[in-house]
Write a protein that binds this ligand. Structure first.
Ligand code: HEC
Length: 152
């Protein structure tokens, strides 16, 4: 609010009325924002790179290039039953009890191959051919996965 306009009583009232109206319209925008994202679930920008290979909407099947990731935070590995291309390393890691908590997602996205080798205790040939080295982007991508999980 612009403080310099609050020097007369009338102006004070006008200012607080404006504040009230601003708050109301802001509430409207927020409510609209929430209902809009529930309706069409836009993919958060932090997941833009993932879209190249992964479907992120609950309603879509896995693509040939990667498993559907909808709702994956907190879930065991081999999340998408319809994805046929899981690597032997991912299957082995799932058998060892790999779950996609924040820590594991963070390590996996930074270096999928090294992470699965660490989980399995042996080197591997095939893995997600994608790395996200930037830690801030990686954290944002994990939050993006949670945002998607919360809608639909
Ligand atoms: C170049 C294609 C490609 C890109 C880009 C990509 N992925 Fe993947 N992703 C894959 C493939 C293929 C697998 C399966 C890997 C395996 O079986 O070892 C996979 C697996 C995963 C898994 C494990 C899935 C499961 O069912 O257990 C997660 C989590 C994941 N990706 C997250 C991401 C995120 C988040 C991004 C973006 C920041 C991303 N991926 C970008 C191809 C990709």
């Amino acid at each position: 609010m612009n403080i310099k306009y609050t020097f007369t009583k009338g102006m004070v009232m006008k200012t607080s009325l404006q504040t009230g109206l601003t708050a109301l319209s802001l509430l409207g925008v927020l409510t609209f924002g929430i209902s809009a994202s529930r309706a069409d679930c836009p993919v958060p920008p932090s997941l833009n790179q993932c879209k190249t290979c992964h479907a992120l909407d609950a309603s879509k099947p896995s693509r040939a290039t990667g498993p559907n990731l909808h709702g994956i935070p907190g879930q065991p590995a081999l999340h998408a039953a319809d994805f046929k291309g899981y690597s032997p390393a991912m299957k082995a890691a799932q058998a060892k009890g790999l779950t996609w908590n924040d820590d594991n997602l963070f390590k996996y996205l930074g270096d999928p191959k090294a992470f699965l080798a660490e989980v399995n205790g042996e080197p591997l040939k095939n893995a997600m051919m994608f790395q996200m080295k930037d830690e801030t982007k990686r954290k944002a991508a994990i939050e993006g996965l949670k945002t998607m999980a919360a809608c639909q």
